[in-house]
Design a protein around this ligand. Structure first.
Ligand code: BG6
Length: 298
C-alpha cells in the first residue's frame, strides 16, 4: 500500500498519520498527549515521549533504514532467535522479523493513548530458515506510558520453542553515571567475561563494555539517570529475562551503523525470553510478552 492509501485507511486526524520517515520507509507518527514514531519495517518503535518530556528512546544517527536491514536504536523485535543462530550460515542475527515489513492492521484511540497494531505471518521465505507457522502481532500503545505487547500465535500443528526480545534502546545523559536497579540478587551470564555465570550485587553501574543476560527477572527494571534527572521504569509481563547492553568504545567503533561516540548516551534494557527461558507455544495457542515504560523526573 502507498502512504496515501495507508492514511486513507488508518489515519486519525490530530492523533495519528502515516509519513515517509527514514529511508522513505512508512511510519506511523502519533501526536497529541504523547509523541511516537513507529516504522512498519520491523514493527519498530523509534521514538516515544510524553508531550513536554525529553525523548525516552535512543536512535543512532548512523542507523540504516532499508529493506532487509535492522534499524539501530528504538525497539527492534528479536524473534525467533536471539543473537546469532548456531549452525545456520548467513542467518540474520536476532532473527528475521526486525528486517521485514509488517502489515499495519489497525490504529485506534484507546483510554491510555493511541494503539497501533502491526502483524507479520510466516511465509515461504521464513519457513526456509525456521520451519514453523506463526502469526506475530505487536500492539503498541503510546500515551503517558509506552506499552508494547508482542503476541505470538502458533498457527501450525506442532508445538515450537522460540526466543523473543523487545530490544529497547534508552537515551541516557551519560552511561558512566547511569545505574540500573531492580536486578540485584539475580543470576546472569556475562557475555564479555567468557559467558561466566554471576550474581548481580546491588545496582548495575557501567565501567566498560556490558553485555549480560539476566535470568528470571520478573520485577521492574529502573534506569536512574542523574544527568537527565529522570527515572525510567520498565515493567513487564510474560517475560522471564532481561538483557542489559552497552557496547562501550571499541565495539561502538566496530559497528558501521553506530556512531563512534554514541555509546555514552544510550543503554539497552531488553524485555525478553531467551536461552532456557525460550517460550514454548502449543499448536493453536498464543503467548504474550509485554513491556510497559514510564518516565518520571527526579
Ligand atoms: C544485544 C546483544 O542484545 O544486542 C549483544 O546481547 C549485541 O551481544 C547487541 O551485540 C546488538 O546486536 P545487533 O545485532 O543489533 O548489532
Amino acid at each position: 500500500m502507498t502512504i496515501a492509501e495507508l492514511n486513507q485507511k488508518h489515519a486519525i486526524p490530530g492523533a495519528a498519520e502515516i509519513v515517509a520517515a527514514g529511508g522513505n520507509l512508512p511510519a506511523v507518527r502519533i501526536s497529541g498527549p504523547a509523541h511516537a514514531l513507529i516504522y512498519l519495517h520491523g514493527a519498530h518503535v523509534a521514538q516515544w515521549h510524553p508531550a513536554g518530556a525529553k525523548e525516552v528512546l535512543w536512535m543512532s544517527g548512523q542507523s540504516l533504514f532499508a529493506d532487509g536491514k535492522p534499524i539501530r536504536g528504538g525497539v527492534p523485535i528479536c524473534y525467533p532467535w536471539f543473537g546469532p543462530l548456531g549452525g545456520v550460515a548467513g542467518a540474520a542475527t536476532h532473527g528475521f522479523v526486525r528486517n521485514s515489513a509488517w502489515e499495519l492492521e489497525a490504529i485506534r484511540k484507546v483510554s491510555a493513548g493511541v494503539e497501533v497494531v502491526l502483524k507479520l505471518a510466516s511465509d515461504g521465505a521464513s519457513r526456509g530458515v525456521w520451519p514453523h507457522d506463526f502469526v506475530l502481532r505487536h500492539r503498541i500503545t503510546a500515551g503517558n506510558e509506552l506499552s508494547m505487547a508482542l503476541e505470538l500465535a502458533n498457527t501450525g500443528h506442532a508445538p515450537f520453542k522460540a526466543e523473543e526480545a523487545l530490544h529497547t534502546y534508552f537515551t541516557v545523559g551519560d552511561i558512566r553515571q547511569t545505574r540500573v536497579q531492580g536486578l540485584a540478587g539475580t543470576h546472569y551470564i556475562d557475555k564479555v567475561d567468557g559467558k561466566k555465570e554471576k550474581t548481580q550485587a546491588g545496582d548495575i553501574d557501567f565501567t566498560g563494555e556490558t553485555d549480560r543476560v539476566y535470568f528470571d527477572t520478573p520485577a521492574p527494571a529502573v534506569i536512574e539517570d542523574p544527568v537527565l534527572r529522570r527515572r525510567i521504569t520498565i515493567s513487564k509481563e510474560g517475560s522471564r529475562d532481561t538483557v542489559v547492553w552497552n557496547p562501550w568504545i571499541a565495539k561502538a567503533k566496530a559497528m558501521a551503523d553506530f556512531g563512534d561516540d554514541e555509546w555514552t548516551g544510550m543503554v539497552c534494557v531488553e524485555t525478553c525470553n531467551v536461552a532456557g527461558n525460550a517460550v514454548e507455544v502449543a499448536a493453536g495457542s498464543t503467548v504474550r510478552m509485554t513491556a510497559r515504560i514510564a518516565v518520571q523526573n527526579i
